[in-house]
Design a protein around this ligand. Structure first.
Ligand code: PLP
Length: 411
């Protein structure tokens, strides 16, 4: 499948695993446990000397088919799926970091990831937040104990773009793990492997599944990090029989998934898998709509500012052009002074006031009053979030209808 196109590769991937009865989709295997005729075979699965399934908290055939699909899209060596994007991030950080380890994170971050890092700081992982749009800030924050750098491709809500290639080169030169949250771009718009990331993390709940009807997350090892000298892999996973390239994923599956139990349900895996078949089609359409809406809003007198990497005025416009196939379908804008935030939102007929993003439907939310409320005014100011800021996740509706809706609500 290597040389085939993105969509060809997604829609034919299940079939290549030869599901029973010539089924074109991987079936939904709801069984929690898997039985073996010979006890030795079950023992071999437990000991990792034979491939197979034992208990679905840790591995399930329907979920594995989705993991393979993600691995191939991300051009990685393997993936572990989770019940949500947050479960994926929490598992990644807790499975591979230890007390006293230091992580440098972009300060422009999904709010719940910001909260997760603060939770980890409370149990002994040291966290430094930096402006990752310039590599020098990341470099200045490094310490001998720095084990990981974490960034998002396009930050939510103000759409800052991390200086990912230069951060990747820096991490490579220092032997530091580099995790890129690819949720806002998806493997269709961007491959974290191209900037030498160790891991790509995806919330499958967003563009990947795309229909706003199933939660999921995944971590993909991109095969670039040398785990042989990494101190936090347990000896049992480094045993001679284990492929040395796969030890981090093995520990992630055992420590991050099995112990914490943030398992993706097979029904959700199936829904996400079907949704992903149209990822490229939806993304092209949504990005096209976002570009039109961003242009429209940026020249509207009732709008003070528009943040969208596709606009030439965006501070990382050229960086976004270098990195991404398209500048994404998420934007934010700030209403002109004196505009009533809630009254504006209540006038919208099409865009839905809702906290999700990456749905086929256009969703809008006032940021400071909702998703970034809990962190308080000081941290919001640091993250560049103004009180009149709206986050807009542009969907796949007909663009004329979207422009008409924003036009009448702003009038
Ligand atoms: C939504 C989101 C997450 C968390 O994903 P869930 O599936 O909602 O847990 C993580 N990172 C980013 C960038 C997101 O947008």
């Amino acid at each position: 499948m290597k040389n085939r196109g993105f969509t060809t590769s997604i829609i034919h991937s299940d079939r290549l695993g030869k599901p029973e009865h010539g089924s074109l989709h991987k079936p939904i295997h709801t069984s929690i446990a898997f039985g073996y005729e010979k006890a030795e075979d079950l023992a071999a699965v437990f000991q990792g000397t034979a491939k197979g399934y034992a208990y679905s908290r840790q591995a399930n055939p329907t979920v594995s088919a989705l993991e393979q699909k993600i691995t191939s899209l991300e051009q990685g060596i393997g993936s572990v799926a989770f019940s949500t994007g947050m479960a994926a991030l929490a598992a990644l950080l807790t499975a591979l970091l230890r007390k006293g380890d230091h992580i440098v994170s972009s300060s422009f971050l999904f709010g719940n990831t910001n909260s997760l890092l603060n939770t980890l700081a409370g149990i002994g992982v040291e966290v430094t937040f930096v402006d990752a749009t310039e590599v020098r800030h990341v470099e200045a924050a490094l310490k001998p104990s720095t084990r990981m750098v974490l960034v998002e491709t396009i930050a939510n809500p103000a759409t800052q773009v991390a200086d990912m290639a230069r951060i990747g080169a820096l991490c490579e030169s220092k032997g530091i793990m580099y995790a890129v949250d690819n949720t806002l771009t998806s493997p269709y718009l961007f491959l974290p492997k191209s900037v030498k990331a160790t891991f790509s993390v995806n919330s499958l709940s967003k563009y990947f599944g795309g229909h706003g009807n199933a939660l999921g997350g995944a971590v993909t090892d991109l095969g670039l990090y040398d785990w042989s000298t990494f101190p936090n892999i347990l000896d049992i996973y480094k045993a001679p029989g284990n492929d040395p390239r796969m030890v981090a994923l093995l520990q992630l599956r055992k420590k991050g998934l099995r112990d914490f139990g943030g398992t993706l349900a097979p029904e959700a895996a199936h829904t996400l898998s079907v949704g992903s078949e149209t990822l490229a089609l939806r993304m092209d359409r949504a990005c096209g709509n976002a570009a039109k809406v961003a242009l429209y809003l940026s020249s509207h007198p009732k709008v003070k500012a528009v943040h969208y990497p596709g606009l030439p005025a965006h501070p990382q416009h050229s960086l976004a052009k270098e990195l991404f196939k398209r500048p994404g379908a998420l934007l934010s804008f700030v209403l002109a002074d004196g505009m009533d935030t809630f009254a504006f939102l209540n006038r919208l007929n099409l865009a839905i006031c809702s906290s999700n993003l990456g749905d086929n439907r256009t969703l809008i939310i006032p940021v400071a009053q909702t998703i970034f409320f809990e962190m308080g005014a000081k941290r919001r100011a640091e993250m560049g979030i103004e009180d009149g800021m709206m986050r807009l996740s542009v969907g796949i509706e007909d663009s004329e209808d979207l422009l008409e809706d924003f036009g009448q609500a702003l009038a």
